[in-house]
Design a protein. Structure first.
Length: 220
Protein backbone atom coordinates (compact mmCIF):
# COMPACT_ATOMS: atom_id res chain seq x y z
CA UNK A 1 0.00 0.00 0.00
CA UNK A 2 1.32 3.48 -0.83
CA UNK A 3 2.27 5.52 2.23
CA UNK A 4 -0.15 8.35 2.99
CA UNK A 5 0.89 11.98 3.08
CA UNK A 6 1.04 13.35 6.63
CA UNK A 7 -0.32 16.80 7.44
CA UNK A 8 0.51 17.57 11.09
CA UNK A 9 -2.08 19.80 12.79
CA UNK A 10 -0.47 22.83 14.41
CA UNK A 11 -3.24 22.76 17.02
CA UNK A 12 -1.01 20.45 19.07
CA UNK A 13 2.17 22.50 18.55
CA UNK A 14 3.65 24.92 21.09
CA UNK A 15 1.88 28.16 20.15
CA UNK A 16 4.63 30.24 21.78
CA UNK A 17 7.13 28.78 19.26
CA UNK A 18 5.03 28.19 16.15
CA UNK A 19 7.69 29.12 13.57
CA UNK A 20 10.19 26.76 15.15
CA UNK A 21 7.54 24.01 15.34
CA UNK A 22 6.77 24.38 11.63
CA UNK A 23 10.47 24.07 10.79
CA UNK A 24 10.77 21.02 13.06
CA UNK A 25 7.87 19.11 11.47
CA UNK A 26 9.09 20.08 8.00
CA UNK A 27 12.52 18.58 8.84
CA UNK A 28 10.83 15.54 10.41
CA UNK A 29 9.10 14.60 7.15
CA UNK A 30 5.72 16.35 7.22
CA UNK A 31 4.26 16.52 3.70
CA UNK A 32 1.80 19.35 4.34
CA UNK A 33 1.18 21.70 7.27
CA UNK A 34 -2.42 21.56 8.60
CA UNK A 35 -3.68 24.87 9.99
CA UNK A 36 -6.92 24.74 11.98
CA UNK A 37 -8.81 28.03 11.92
CA UNK A 38 -11.68 28.28 14.44
CA UNK A 39 -14.01 31.17 15.16
CA UNK A 40 -15.78 30.38 18.44
CA UNK A 41 -19.05 30.31 16.49
CA UNK A 42 -18.98 27.54 13.89
CA UNK A 43 -16.98 25.50 16.42
CA UNK A 44 -16.60 26.05 20.17
CA UNK A 45 -12.95 27.13 20.11
CA UNK A 46 -10.83 30.05 18.88
CA UNK A 47 -7.45 29.69 17.21
CA UNK A 48 -5.65 31.81 14.64
CA UNK A 49 -6.27 34.01 11.62
CA UNK A 50 -4.54 34.96 8.37
CA UNK A 51 -1.89 37.10 10.10
CA UNK A 52 -0.43 34.01 11.76
CA UNK A 53 -0.53 32.06 8.49
CA UNK A 54 1.36 34.90 6.83
CA UNK A 55 3.93 34.99 9.64
CA UNK A 56 4.52 31.24 9.31
CA UNK A 57 4.81 31.24 5.51
CA UNK A 58 8.57 31.96 5.37
CA UNK A 59 9.31 29.04 7.74
CA UNK A 60 8.58 26.26 5.22
CA UNK A 61 8.07 25.59 1.53
CA UNK A 62 5.63 22.74 2.27
CA UNK A 63 1.98 23.29 1.28
CA UNK A 64 -0.23 25.02 3.84
CA UNK A 65 -3.38 22.92 4.24
CA UNK A 66 -5.77 25.45 5.77
CA UNK A 67 -8.92 24.05 7.39
CA UNK A 68 -11.46 26.81 7.90
CA UNK A 69 -13.97 26.12 10.67
CA UNK A 70 -15.53 29.58 10.45
CA UNK A 71 -18.93 30.89 9.45
CA UNK A 72 -19.69 32.82 7.37
CA UNK A 73 -16.53 31.86 5.52
CA UNK A 74 -16.52 33.68 2.15
CA UNK A 75 -15.35 37.03 3.51
CA UNK A 76 -12.09 35.48 4.79
CA UNK A 77 -11.10 33.24 1.88
CA UNK A 78 -9.15 35.92 0.05
CA UNK A 79 -7.17 36.87 3.18
CA UNK A 80 -6.07 33.25 3.72
CA UNK A 81 -5.14 32.91 0.05
CA UNK A 82 -3.04 36.09 0.24
CA UNK A 83 -1.44 34.91 3.50
CA UNK A 84 -0.01 31.85 1.73
CA UNK A 85 -2.57 29.05 1.98
CA UNK A 86 -2.19 26.44 -0.79
CA UNK A 87 -5.26 24.35 -0.04
CA UNK A 88 -8.35 25.95 1.50
CA UNK A 89 -10.94 23.59 2.96
CA UNK A 90 -14.41 24.66 4.03
CA UNK A 91 -17.46 23.03 5.58
CA UNK A 92 -20.66 23.00 3.49
CA UNK A 93 -22.56 24.21 6.59
CA UNK A 94 -20.37 27.34 6.82
CA UNK A 95 -22.20 29.40 4.24
CA UNK A 96 -25.37 29.47 2.13
CA UNK A 97 -23.65 28.71 -1.22
CA UNK A 98 -20.80 26.25 -0.83
CA UNK A 99 -20.38 25.87 -4.59
CA UNK A 100 -19.78 29.60 -4.84
CA UNK A 101 -17.17 29.32 -2.05
CA UNK A 102 -15.38 26.58 -4.01
CA UNK A 103 -15.43 28.77 -7.13
CA UNK A 104 -14.01 31.65 -5.10
CA UNK A 105 -11.13 29.55 -3.74
CA UNK A 106 -10.25 28.29 -7.21
CA UNK A 107 -10.53 31.75 -8.76
CA UNK A 108 -7.70 32.75 -6.41
CA UNK A 109 -5.52 29.96 -7.83
CA UNK A 110 -5.82 27.78 -4.71
CA UNK A 111 -6.91 24.17 -4.29
CA UNK A 112 -10.40 23.78 -2.85
CA UNK A 113 -11.37 21.22 -0.21
CA UNK A 114 -14.72 20.21 1.26
CA UNK A 115 -14.85 18.97 4.83
CA UNK A 116 -17.56 16.57 5.99
CA UNK A 117 -18.50 16.57 9.69
CA UNK A 118 -19.18 13.16 11.25
CA UNK A 119 -22.95 13.54 10.69
CA UNK A 120 -22.64 14.99 7.17
CA UNK A 121 -23.28 12.36 4.49
CA UNK A 122 -20.90 11.64 1.61
CA UNK A 123 -23.84 12.40 -0.68
CA UNK A 124 -23.21 16.08 0.01
CA UNK A 125 -20.41 15.74 -2.58
CA UNK A 126 -22.65 14.67 -5.48
CA UNK A 127 -22.73 18.11 -7.11
CA UNK A 128 -19.33 19.31 -5.86
CA UNK A 129 -17.03 16.47 -6.83
CA UNK A 130 -16.25 17.86 -10.29
CA UNK A 131 -15.08 21.18 -8.85
CA UNK A 132 -12.93 20.26 -5.83
CA UNK A 133 -9.36 19.10 -5.22
CA UNK A 134 -9.74 17.52 -1.80
CA UNK A 135 -12.28 15.89 0.50
CA UNK A 136 -11.60 16.07 4.24
CA UNK A 137 -13.49 13.47 6.26
CA UNK A 138 -13.73 14.57 9.89
CA UNK A 139 -13.33 11.59 12.20
CA UNK A 140 -14.10 13.75 15.28
CA UNK A 141 -16.48 16.66 15.75
CA UNK A 142 -14.41 19.73 14.88
CA UNK A 143 -13.20 22.08 17.59
CA UNK A 144 -10.49 20.35 19.58
CA UNK A 145 -7.43 18.17 19.22
CA UNK A 146 -6.98 14.99 21.22
CA UNK A 147 -10.44 13.48 20.69
CA UNK A 148 -11.17 9.81 19.96
CA UNK A 149 -11.57 8.55 16.40
CA UNK A 150 -15.22 7.92 15.43
CA UNK A 151 -15.12 4.49 13.78
CA UNK A 152 -18.30 4.98 11.71
CA UNK A 153 -16.33 7.42 9.54
CA UNK A 154 -14.38 4.53 8.00
CA UNK A 155 -17.51 3.68 5.99
CA UNK A 156 -17.69 7.26 4.81
CA UNK A 157 -14.03 7.19 3.75
CA UNK A 158 -14.81 4.07 1.68
CA UNK A 159 -17.84 5.76 0.10
CA UNK A 160 -15.87 8.91 -0.74
CA UNK A 161 -13.03 6.81 -2.19
CA UNK A 162 -15.53 5.20 -4.58
CA UNK A 163 -16.92 8.61 -5.59
CA UNK A 164 -13.43 9.97 -6.25
CA UNK A 165 -12.40 6.92 -8.29
CA UNK A 166 -15.61 7.13 -10.29
CA UNK A 167 -15.00 10.81 -11.02
CA UNK A 168 -11.60 9.97 -12.52
CA UNK A 169 -10.34 13.28 -11.15
CA UNK A 170 -7.20 13.99 -9.14
CA UNK A 171 -8.80 14.53 -5.71
CA UNK A 172 -7.07 13.94 -2.37
CA UNK A 173 -8.93 12.11 0.40
CA UNK A 174 -7.84 13.38 3.80
CA UNK A 175 -8.91 12.25 7.29
CA UNK A 176 -8.81 14.52 10.36
CA UNK A 177 -9.28 13.69 14.02
CA UNK A 178 -8.02 10.97 16.33
CA UNK A 179 -5.56 9.67 13.76
CA UNK A 180 -2.78 7.74 15.48
CA UNK A 181 -0.65 4.72 14.70
CA UNK A 182 -3.62 2.39 15.38
CA UNK A 183 -6.27 4.24 13.32
CA UNK A 184 -3.94 5.44 10.51
CA UNK A 185 -3.74 2.03 8.76
CA UNK A 186 -7.53 1.69 9.00
CA UNK A 187 -7.97 5.05 7.27
CA UNK A 188 -5.50 4.09 4.53
CA UNK A 189 -7.17 0.70 4.02
CA UNK A 190 -10.51 2.53 3.65
CA UNK A 191 -9.01 4.71 0.90
CA UNK A 192 -7.50 7.80 2.54
CA UNK A 193 -4.29 9.21 1.07
CA UNK A 194 -3.64 12.14 3.43
CA UNK A 195 -3.75 11.93 7.23
CA UNK A 196 -3.99 14.91 9.57
CA UNK A 197 -2.44 14.26 12.97
CA UNK A 198 -2.01 16.70 15.84
CA UNK A 199 -1.56 14.75 19.05
CA UNK A 200 0.15 11.82 17.31
CA UNK A 201 2.72 14.05 15.56
CA UNK A 202 3.67 16.30 18.46
CA UNK A 203 3.69 13.76 21.29
CA UNK A 204 6.96 13.39 23.15
CA UNK A 205 8.60 16.61 21.91
CA UNK A 206 10.69 17.55 18.88
CA UNK A 207 13.13 14.65 19.09
CA UNK A 208 10.18 12.30 18.45
CA UNK A 209 8.54 14.09 15.50
CA UNK A 210 10.36 12.13 12.78
CA UNK A 211 9.56 8.76 14.38
CA UNK A 212 5.96 9.82 15.01
CA UNK A 213 5.48 10.83 11.37
CA UNK A 214 7.19 7.66 10.10
CA UNK A 215 4.88 5.55 12.28
CA UNK A 216 1.82 7.30 10.84
CA UNK A 217 3.11 6.51 7.35
CA UNK A 218 3.37 2.86 8.40
CA UNK A 219 7.15 3.04 8.27
CA UNK A 220 7.74 3.05 12.04
C1 LIG B 1 -10.21 19.33 15.01
C2 LIG B 1 -9.14 19.71 14.01
C3 LIG B 1 -8.08 18.69 13.88
C4 LIG B 1 -7.37 18.37 15.16
C5 LIG B 1 -6.76 17.02 15.08
O1 LIG B 1 -11.23 20.27 14.94
O2 LIG B 1 -9.70 19.92 12.73
O3 LIG B 1 -7.17 19.05 12.86
O4 LIG B 1 -6.40 19.30 15.51
O5 LIG B 1 -6.16 16.73 16.29
P1 LIG B 1 -5.81 15.24 16.74
O6 LIG B 1 -4.93 14.66 15.70
O7 LIG B 1 -5.15 15.46 18.05
O8 LIG B 1 -7.14 14.52 16.85
ZN1 LIG C 1 -8.33 20.18 10.97
Amino acid sequence: MTAPLISPSLLSADFARLGEEVRAIDAAGADWIHVDVMDGHFVPNLTIGPMVVKALRPHTAKPFDVHLMISPVDAYVEAFAAAGADIITVHPEAGPHVHRTVQLIRSLGKKAGISLNPATPAKMLDYLIDDIDLVLVMSVNPGFGGQSFIASQLRKIEAVRKMIDKSGRDIRLEVDGGVDRATAPQCVAAGADVLVAGTATFRGGAEHYAANIAALKGQG
